[in-house]
Design a protein around this ligand. Sequence first.
Ligand code: NAD
Ligand code: UD1
Length: 340
Amino acid sequence: MKKILVTGGLGYIGSHTVVELQHAGFKVIIIDNLSNSSLDVLGGITNITEQAPIFERLDLRNKADVVEFFKVHDDLDGIIHFAASKAVGESVENPLLYYENNLNTLVYLLQECKAHNINNIIFSSSCTVYGEPDSLPITETAPIKKAMSPYGNTKQISEEILNDVCFTSEMKSIALRYFNPIGAHESTEIGELPIGIPQNLVPFITQTAAGVRKQLSVFGNDYETPDGSCIRDYIHVVDLAKAHVIAMQRLLSEKNTSDFEVFNIGTGKGSSVFKVINTFEKVSGEKLNYKVVERRPGDVTTVYADTKKANDVLGWKAGKSLEEALTSAWKWEKKIRDKK
Ligand code: NAD
Ligand code: UD1
C-alpha cells in the first residue's frame, strides 16, 4: 500500500482528496493545524471510506515539528500539499502571514523530502497565476503576469520553488492550477466550511438561501460579457479531488514527461454569476435575494480553462455538471444548518 502525506487534509479540497485516495487504495496520513478546519471532518472522511486516516495535528510553520514528523514518517511515497492560507483580501491586508504560511511551509516540506528521499509532490496552485488573460480559454502556456495579490504571488513563487528544486534534485512535482472549486461530497459527510462571512460566490449563495445572509451582492453587471456579470470555470470538488489521485499515480508510475509539470484543472466551460444564480434557483427551488452592486476590485472579467492538456496527458476530465455541483452545495448547506 503506497503511503501519501496530505497536508491540509482536513480542509475543503484536502478532505475530498483524502476520500478519493482511500477509495483508490492509498494509505493516507493527514497533517493539519485546524486553522481553517475542524476535527469533525476526520469523522466525515471515516464515515465515507470506513477507514480512518492517520491524523497529526501539526503546524507546518514550526520547522522543528516538521523535522520530528519526518523522523517518524520517513517512508512516504508522496505528498499532496494543500495546507496554505487562501483568502485573497486577507493576503492584501497581512502579506507576511501569507508569505510565511504559504512559502515557509513549502520550503520546510521540501527540505525534509530531500533529507528522506521523498520525491513525489503534488502542489495546489490556482488559475490566479494567470491574472487577466489575453486569450481564452487559458492554456498552461499562457504568460504568468504580475500577481494581483500576495496570495496569488505565493502561488507563483511556489511554482518557481518547485521548478528549481525539481531541476536540481530527484524531486518530481505536478502543480495543479485549480479554477473555481464548488460543491460537496454527495454523502454530505464533508463539504466547504467557510469561517465567518464567505468571500466566494457559491457559499454566499447557499447561506443566503438558507437565511444566514440577508442578500447576495452581485459584484457588477457592466462587464463585457453577454449578461454583464463575470465568468468563471466552476468545477465540482470531487472531480478536482480525483485529479490529485491521477496526478499522484502519474508520478508514482514515472509517466511524467518532465520533472515539473503543470495542469489546468477546470471544466473548460465558463459560467456567469447570473447563470450560477439561475441554476441554483432551478436546482434548489429557492428564490434567491440578490442585488447588483459595484464591481469588486481585483476581479478579472472572464476566466475559464483550456483542459486539453489535463484531458489528453493526464487522462482526467471533469465529469460533473454545474447543476450537480450546486445541488450538492445546497444539500450540504442544509445539512450543516440542521446540525446547528
Ligand atoms: P482550506 O482552508 O479549506 O484547507 C487548507 C487546510 O490547511 C485547512 O484545513 C487548514 O487548517 C490547513 N492549514 C493551513 N495552514 C496550515 C499550517 N501552517 N499547518 C498545517 N495545516 C495548515 O482550503 P482549500 O479550499 O481546501 O484549499 C486548499 C489549497 O488549494 C490551498 O493551497 C489553496 O490555496 C488552494 N486553492 C484553493 C482554491 C479554492 O477556491 N478553494 C482555488 C485555488 C487554489
Ligand atoms: C477567488 C480569488 C482567487 C482564488 C479563489 C478561490 C479573487 C480576486 N480571486 O476567485 O484568487 O483562487 O477565489 O478561493 O478574490 N461574486 C459575487 N458576489 C459574491 C462573491 C463573488 O458577485 O458575494 C462574483 C465575483 O465577482 C466573481 C465570481 O462571483 O465574478 C466568483 O467569485 P469567487 O467565488 O470569489 O471566486 P474568484 O474571485 O473567481
